[in-house]
Each structure stands twice: as structure tokens, then as C-alpha cells.
Design a protein around this ligand. Structure first.
Ligand code: GRF
Length: 204
């Protein structure tokens, strides 16, 4: 059997998408293993779940670094030391420097709670409701220097229902996030999807 791809997940908080990826990778035959979880916040709730699943966790507190570049250098060293193949951003609330992003081009993915290119940035559910959107959802995409602009791997759509508020709509989207993020990781780990220039190429 081909060697499983080694994955690092970067989080800043709750880590429910991280947990979905860990659960998927724990299943027999998943083509990637979660080697490391890194949080830029010492109080990230997700760290406990990762540790309880026997995964190495590291806190890289961005407040202890003089610059974004210094933080990213430390991150890069850690990823190289552990021979990480793929980086998954999962609620990671820090902008990464262009140099770092370029190094991981095609090997770093993110989940965003909207149907990109709609509603880039924060507060996506409130904004979808305010805009009167009829459908909403989530996107897994390759990470490029421009925020929430990378080529799309997978999307899942949910309806916006009468009586929805931010919490209800957010919960409906989150369920889909947990479903599609592991599928997207599987696709990347098996080369079923790859980035060529700015284009997502699919095979299989
Ligand atoms: C998710 O909605 C994700 O799409 C966004 O931030 C949120 C993180 O939630 N990028 P969690 O930490 O994965 O629970």
C-alpha cells in the first residue's frame, strides 16, 4: 500500500473541522494521517481533542513573535522537521505571509463557511441572511495569497430557510463542512485533485 500522506492541521479555536478530519483519518484505509495539530492560541479548545486522539499538539503563540514572517518561519521549520506533506487550515485565524503560502501552493487547503466567491471574510452567515440569500454553504479551496480566493476543490450547498438566524444557518453549514472537508483531503492525498497554475485538475 502507498504510504499515507502526513498532514498538519492549523487551528485557532473550537476545532470541530479538525475533529472531523481526525475522525476520518482514524478510519481504516484513509489515505492520510494527521501527524500534528498546531494552534496559534494557547486556549484553543481543539487542542484537547487532538491530544486525546494521540496526536502531537504544538502551540505557536503568535504574540511571542516580532513579525508575521518570524512566526511563519517557525511554522515552516516545524512542518519540515516532521516531513509534513499537506497542511489543512481549520478555523485558523491568522493571515499567512505570501512567501509561506507560495511554499505550500497546491499542498495547503482551507475550509470557508460560504459558497465562494460569495461572502469572503468573516461573519458569512449574518451577511448571507442580510443579503437575502436563498442558498448558502461552504467551500474547500486551495490556499493562495489572496484571502479566500483560492481555486475551489469542493462545495456543499444548504438552503436558507424561513426563520433562520445566524446560529441555525451556521449549524446547517457546519454539518456540511464536517462532511466535505475529509472528502477534499482524501481527494488531495490520493492526487484525485491537484493544482496546476491557477486551475484545479481532477482525475479518477
Ligand atoms: C468554520 O466555520 C470554518 O469554516 C471557518 O472557521 C470555523 C471554524 O470552526 N474557517 P471550527 O474551529 O472548525 O469548529
Amino acid at each position: 500500500m502507498r504510504k499515507r500522506k502526513s498532514v498538519a492541521i492549523l487551528i485557532s479555536g473550537r476545532g470541530s473541522n479538525m475533529a472531523a478530519l481526525i475522525d476520518a483519518a482514524n478510519r481504516y484505509g484513509f489515505p492520510a494521517e494527521i501527524t500534528l495539530v498546531i494552534s496559534n492560541r494557547p486556549d484553543a479548545k481543539g487542542l484537547a481533542f487532538a491530544a486525546a486522539n494521540g496526536i502531537a499538539t504544538v502551540v505557536l503563540d503568535h504574540k511571542l513573535f516580532d513579525s508575521r514572517e518570524k512566526f511563519d518561519e517557525a511554522l515552516q521549520k516545524m512542518l519540515e522537521a516532521l516531513r509534513i506533506d499537506i497542511v489543512c487550515l481549520a478555523g485558523f485565524m491568522r493571515i499567512l505571509s505570501d512567501g509561506f503560502v507560495e511554499k505550500w501552493r497546491g499542498r495547503m487547503i482551507n475550509i470557508h463557511p460560504s459558497l465562494l466567491p460569495e461572502f469572503k471574510g468573516l461573519d458569512t452567515h449574518a451577511r448571507a441572511l442580510a443579503a437575502g440569500a436563498k442558498k448558502h454553504g461552504c467551500t474547500v479551496h486551495f490556499v493562495v495569497p489572496e484571502l479566500d480566493a483560492g481555486p475551489v476543490i469542493l462545495q456543499a450547498e444548504v438552503p436558507v430557510e424561513a426563520g433562520d438566524d445566524e446560529a441555525k444557518l451556521g449549524a446547517r453549514v457546519l454539518q456540511q463542512e464536517h462532511r466535505i472537508y475529509p472528502i477534499a483531503l482524501r481527494m488531495l492525498a490520493t492526487d484525485e485533485v491537484r493544482l496546476e497554475g491557477d486551475r484545479v485538475v481532477r482525475s479518477g
